[in-house]
Design a protein around this ligand. Structure first.
Ligand SMILES: [Ca+2]
Ligand SMILES: [Ca+2]
Ligand SMILES: [Zn+2]
Ligand SMILES: [Zn+2]
Length: 388
């Protein structure tokens, strides 16, 4: 009985895994190419060949031909794909792999990854003021829920810096947070449901530091739709001056990580980056240390668990899983919670129940000298061995 209390198991039906990013590669190639071109144009400053030819592909000199090849030819497309892959921490192949296309399909922040920001800008004040300006309606969300989500999002940043935020109901403020639709006058139109969810401006006067959320999204305060708190944490990072991070565990990754509220925290990289700009707070009161993202190629990396899942082999470590599919040569990293919201991080074992089309996860077996626990652990291992 005691051993059972120390351990917890999660049984997850595999139907969910069919929504995996790897299936996306089955779509027709032209569709993928069109998606990639539109994406790279929007976020990485890619100029497709047809548009370029009229303007710059004229002179017949060697240098002009070389320039033309670089900016107009397939090399330019591949270079942009590589740049995009670098931004997302993917393998830089320059090819539209399944993982690359999956990353392009994820809802994301509207900030371009190709913009030249120059030196990082930061606020000189340590106390910043913010205010909401709600233009139009925010579907389904009560103003009190909106305020709470924003307050909690600020808190993650103030916990690790000497910064303070003060809410202002009426007077002007450093940071104006608003919900906007379509073209809202700043040259970066919103695109309706999905795609770009929000964008923010770097520190500065006027529009500087302001945050805009696409009012047409299905904003929520839970795991359905798009969690306002999760998106706000990322956008507030930009408001403070942070750029995107290629670390898939970072809040500042270009696409959002939607995990449950209680599991949401800044990563080691986020904290390092923000403290580089603003320093450390007088008292550090973090309940949990900010998690580092494991490096796939770290020679000292030991996985928490490895299991088959249909055709794939899945490697688990901390909050993450890597999925290796026999038909694709790139291995995708994802949060375990992105597929199974109830499965905790740092699991002890996982196995696929082929007959039941389910995955079983185990966590919480204490590896101590406690005999009962050891026996229970062995039972679990045997179960895995014979049924797997
Ligand atoms: Ca949108
Ligand atoms: Ca402002
Ligand atoms: Zn962003
Ligand atoms: Zn805007």
């Amino acid at each position: 009985m005691r051993a059972a209390l120390l351990s917890a198991a999660w049984l997850m039906q595999l139907g969910l895994s069919l929504a995996s990013p790897l299936r996306l590669a089955a779509l027709p190639e032209e569709e993928d190419q069109a998606l990639a071109e539109a994406y790279l144009k929007k976020f990485f400053g890619y100029e497709p060949r047809a548009g370029r030819q009229k303007r710059s592909c004229g002179p017949d000199t060697f240098q002009a031909k070389l320039r033309q090849k670089r900016s107009c030819g397939p090399d330019a497309f591949q270079a942009k794909v590589r740049q995009m892959q670098r931004s997302f921490g993917l393998q830089e192949s320059g090819r539209l792999t399944a993982q690359t296309l999956a990353a392009m399909r994820r809802p994301r922040c509207g900030l371009s990854d190709a913009e030249e920001f120059g030196p990082l800008t930061r606020w000189t004040n340590r106390t910043l003021t913010y205010r909401f300006r709600i233009e139009g309606s925010v579907p389904k969300l009560r103003p009190s829920h909106v305020r709470k989500a924003f307050k909690e999002a600020w808190k993650l940043w103030t916990e690790v810096t000497p910064l303070k935020f003060r809410h202002r109901a009426r007077r002007e403020a450093d940071i104006i947070v608003s919900f906007n639709r379509g073209d809202h006058g700043d040259g970066s139109s919103f695109d309706g449901r999905g795609g770009v969810l929000a964008h923010a401006f770097q520190p500065g006067i006027g529009i500087g530091g302001d945050v805009h959320f696409d009012a047409e999204e299905d904003w929520t305060v839970n795991t359905k739709g798009y969690n306002l708190f999760a998106v706000a944490v990322h956008e507030f990072g930009h408001t403070l001056g942070l750029l995107h991070s290629p670390d898939p565990g970072a809040v500042m990754y270009p696409s959002y990580n939607f995990v449950t509220h209680t599991d949401f925290q800044l990563s080691f990289q986020d904290v390092k980056d923000i403290q580089k700009m603003y320093g450390v707070p007088p008292y550090l009161s973090l309940k949990r240390p900010p998690p580092k993202t494991p490096e796939r190629c770290d020679p000292d990396l030991a996985f928490d668990a490895v299991s088959r899942m249909q055709q794939e082999i899945v490697f688990f470590k901390d909050r993450f899983m890597w999925r290796s599919h026999p038909n694709f040569d790139d291995i995708g990293v994802a949060f375990i919670k992105s597929l199974w919201a109830d499965v905790p991080s740092h699991i002890d074992a996982a196995y696929e129940d082929v007959e039941g089309s389910a995955m079983l996860f185990f966590k919480g077996i204490k590896r101590t000298t406690d005999v009962i626990n050891r026996v229970f652990y062995l039972i679990l291992l045997c179960l895995m061995f014979f049924r797997g």
